[in-house]
Every structure is written in structure tokens, then in C-alpha cells.
Design a protein around this ligand. Structure first.
Ligand code: HEM
Length: 156
């Protein structure tokens, strides 16, 4: 009798330990890394679509489109700029691309780009991101990657 009470108490204790330890902590043994910005943006197809929309916005933007007139007039240059922008965003966001274009200082030296022009271009990018309903967090992270490039682009 005493033995069976002890046995029941022990089984109840064991069962509750199992219940608590199994139910509470079902985290995987190997931690899964958070998705990169590249993944959260939707990968290469989503980034390409945003870059295409961004270029369309720039070409329609009378504040800065004259800057890109020679590029737009040459399909090879347009394609090269598009590919460079896709690679730049993809690589900056932690994706599997390699940016093969010029660094930002070399690419923009001699253009004397103003702060107003820089802001106009950023607005065109934000509009493209909004057109694809990119959430605030991802939008902010992408702009935070591009923002520090400003000093290599403006006034050079
Ligand atoms: C964060 C802002 C910007 C980024 C990330 C950016 C990025 C780039 C990239 C990747 C290239 C191609 C470099 C290469 O050919 O190797 C480029 C070229 C160029 N950028 Fe920018 N840029 C920015 C701002 C601006 C602004 C504000 C303007 C003028 C309003 C501008 C005008 C140009 C022009 C005219 C070219 C040459 C295009 C060509 O080769 O035909 N950029 N930029």
C-alpha cells in the first residue's frame, strides 16, 4: 500500500516534469538565423522589380532625369546601370550577388550632384518601395545602407 502511494506520487512528479520540460521549451537544438534583408525583401525577383520601378520613376522625374538622358539613350548603358543597381542592392542586403560596378565616389565624381538631386533620387526610390508595399522595417534598413553613400555622391 505504502509502496503503491509512493509509486503514484513518483509517477505524478515524473509526468509533471515531462509536461513542463516538453511543453515550455520546444526551441530547435540548432538556432535558425533570422532571415536577411535580402530574403525579407523577397529575393532577386522582387529586388529587380523594385529597381525597374525606381528607374522608371527617375526617368519620369523632371528634377533629375536630364542627368540620365545619355544613359536612357543607350540600351547597353541602361542595362548596365540596371544590373549594377540590382547587384548593389542585393549584395548590400546580404544576398548572393557581387557588385561589379565602380565605387560610388568614382561613379559620381565630376557630376557635381546637389543635395536636392540626391533627395529627389531617394524619393523616387521610396516611391518604388511603396509601389511594391515594402514594409517600413525593410524600407528603413535599405535606406540606411544607401544613406552613408551620400558623401561620396553629393558635391563630387
Ligand atoms: C544612394 C544614391 C545613389 C546610388 C546608390 C547610386 C548608384 C549608382 C550606380 C551603382 C551607378 C553605376 C556605376 C557604374 O557604372 O559602375 C551609378 C551611376 C550613375 N549615377 Fe548614381 N547613385 C546614386 C545617386 C545618384 C544621384 C543623386 C544622381 C543624379 C541625380 C546619380 C546619377 C548617376 C549617373 C548619371 C550615373 C551614370 C550612369 C551611366 O553609366 O550611364 N546617382 N549610380
Amino acid at each position: 500500500m505504502l509502496l503503491s502511494i509512493r509509486f503514484s506520487l513518483l509517477s505524478a512528479l515524473f509526468a509533471s516534469i515531462m509536461l513542463f520540460s516538453c511543453g515550455k521549451d520546444d526551441a530547435p537544438a540548432v538556432p535558425v538565423p533570422d532571415p536577411t534583408l535580402y530574403e525579407r525583401l523577397g529575393g532577386i525577383n522582387a529586388i529587380s522589380a523594385v529597381v525597374d520601378q525606381f528607374l522608371a520613376n527617375v526617368v519620369a522625374d523632371n528634377r533629375i532625369n536630364a542627368r540620365f538622358a545619355p544613359t536612357v539613350a543607350d540600351p547597353y548603358r541602361t542595362q548596365l546601370l540596371r544590373n549594377n543597381l540590382i547587384d548593389q542592392v542585393c549584395a548590400g542586403a546580404g544576398g548572393p550577388c557581387q557588385y561589379k560596378g565602380k565605387n560610388m565616389l568614382d561613379a559620381h565624381t565630376g557630376m557635381n550632384i546637389t543635395e536636392a538631386e540626391f533627395n529627389a533620387l531617394v524619393e523616387d526610390l521610396v516611391a518604388a518601395l511603396d509601389q511594391f508595399s515594402v514594409p517600413e522595417r525593410e524600407k528603413g534598413e535599405l535606406l540606411a545602407i544607401l544613406g552613408p553613400m551620400k558623401s561620396d555622391i553629393v558635391g563630387q
